[in-house]
Design a protein around this ligand. Structure first.
Ligand code: C2E
Ligand code: MG
Ligand code: MG
Ligand code: MG
Length: 263
């Protein structure tokens, strides 16, 4: 009886795994098709000055239209990264960014694989003259992209370190790479008014940033209380649902729709 039970368990486990795998294969094929057909769109979320609430920049976030709404990037970017499709996706996003108005500073997220793609620098060069700041997460930096980052700076772009303090936080990152801005992971913002240690990290990071000549942005601000805390700590810039949720900035294909006034 025991053997039989164990056998069924294994078979069941295998079916589960297989189903999960088939699901991934299906989602990936659908994403590939959406990309090929130019159906992914760009949303934008403002980065604001905490005291005036004016938008100082807009972060570009990719969206996958589906019936009744959109999949947020967080729902499919990990799969795109695992499969390598992320490089096509990022290059697609860069082509759409080419068409965005020139009067804003655009933050564009990049994956590590894209930074190392031989087509990337050529695609970036087409954005010359636009005010573009590339957002790069810490984990992207472990893999020998120093020269590419340096090249981007020489091309006139700026670099922001994304989700700082989450995952592979290394202070050396701030010294080694030419960042002008650091985005503090939203976990710290969430701890405001709850966890004294979050206050300590946000405060100490601010003085570190001052010494290093870096701008700081607090991510994930959702409440007025958090905004008040950040102002009291001395933060100047922030981003989060409190100031504006991501809103459409381009339609599908290549024609950008009018840009909504943020804030
Ligand atoms: P991220 O760059 O750290 O972007 C912030 C994410 O947090 C976005 O999710 C945004 O919608 C969400 N967010 C903004 N404000 C708040 C808030 O107040 N509270 C909470 N809980 N969440 C907030 P999204 O759009 O799902 O993007 C997830 C991640 O996917 C991004 O994290 C970024 O790393 C990546 N991503 C987005 N677009 C692209 C892209 O075009 N290329 C690449 N390679 N990655 C992208
Ligand atoms: Mg980002
Ligand atoms: Mg972030
Ligand atoms: Mg993130």
């Amino acid at each position: 009886l025991r053997e039989a039970k164990k056998g069924r368990g294994v078979a069941y486990f295998n079916r589960e795994l297989e189903a999960a795998y088939m699901e991934r294969v299906k989602v990936l094929a659908a994403l590939e098709e959406a990309l090929r057909e130019g159906r992914l769109v760009l949303f934008g979320q403002p980065i604001v000055d905490l005291s005036t609430l004016e938008a100082v920049a807009v972060e570009v976030l990719v969206r996958w239209p589906r019936e009744g709404g959109f999949w947020p990037a967080g729902a499919f970017i990990p799969l795109a990264e695992e499969s390598g499709l992320i490089r096509e996706l990022d290059l697609y996003v860069l082509r759409l960014v080419e068409k965005l108005p020139e009067n804003s500073v655009w933050h564009v997220n990049l994956s590590p694989q894209t930074l190392r793609d031989p087509r990337f620098l050529k695609a970036a060069a087409r954005l010359r003259g636009k005010r573009v700041r590339f957002e790069i997460t810490e984990y992207a930096l472990a893999e020998g992209v120093e020269e590419v980052l340096q090249e981007l700076v020489e091309m006139g772009f700026e670099l922001a370190l994304d989700d700082f303090g989450q995952g592979y936080a290394s202070l050396n990152t701030l010294i080694q790479y030419p960042f002008c801005m650091v985005k503090m992971d939203r976990g710290f913002t969430a701890g405001l008014g709850e966890n004294p240690k979050s206050h300590a990290v946000l405060r100490a990071s601010l003085s570190l940033a001052r010494e290093l000549g870096l701008e700081l942005v607090a991510e994930g601000v959702e409440t007025q209380a958090q905004r008040a805390w950040l102002l009291r700590l001395g933060y100047r810039f922030a981003q989060g649902y409190l100031f504006g949720t991501p809103q459409p900035i381009t339609g599908s294909g290549t024609s950008p729709l009018s840009f909504p006034s943020p804030g």
